[in-house]
Design a protein around this ligand. Structure first.
Ligand SMILES: [Zn+2]
Length: 143
């Protein structure tokens, strides 16, 4: 597994989202450990670059990427979010816009956007594919 041991999730503090997202990331990304950064409606915070929260999220992402070697960052939006209220179209829009903010940080990571629905299942709404520094090996697959 090596560098794939860690993945990073930027999730809502909402307890209903934790287990579904953690299980999805471990199963689909092949991560053993999921570093989890939580805020109330983090997709909205990053979409709007709301300070100081956006910077504190970035600080924690840097620890996960630089110290744990995470190669994947997933940003989550979800149904019935109290911190960032709005329908599915709003959640998806803020996940995509929030991913642009994360992309601007210039990290060599795979970026994934996730939505948790009203049945608490996880849906992929964006995926940049393998991290740049893994793609050059020609083995995009997770070991
Ligand atoms: Zn929420």
């Amino acid at each position: 597994m090596g560098n794939d041991d860690f993945a990073t999730v930027i999730n809502c503090m909402d307890g209903r989202t934790q287990i579904p997202v953690n299980e999805w990331v471990r199963a689909e990304i092949g991560a053993t450990h999921v570093d989890t950064i939580t805020e109330a409606g983090p997709n909205g915070i990053l979409a709007n670059r709301q300070e100081p929260l956006a910077s504190t999220i970035r600080d924690r992402v840097m620890i996960s990427v630089n110290d744990h070697g995470s190669k994947t960052i997933a940003l989550v939006g979800h149904y019935d979010c109290a911190g960032n209220p709005g329908p599915k179209t709003h959640q998806k829009g803020d996940v995509l816009k929030g991913l642009e903010t994360i992309r601007s940080w210039g990290l060599p990571v795979r970026l994934i956007g996730l939505l948790v629905g009203d049945d608490w299942s996880v849906e992929v709404v964006a995926d940049s594919g393998s991290a740049p520094n893994r793609a050059k090996t020609g083995t995009g697959a997770v070991a």
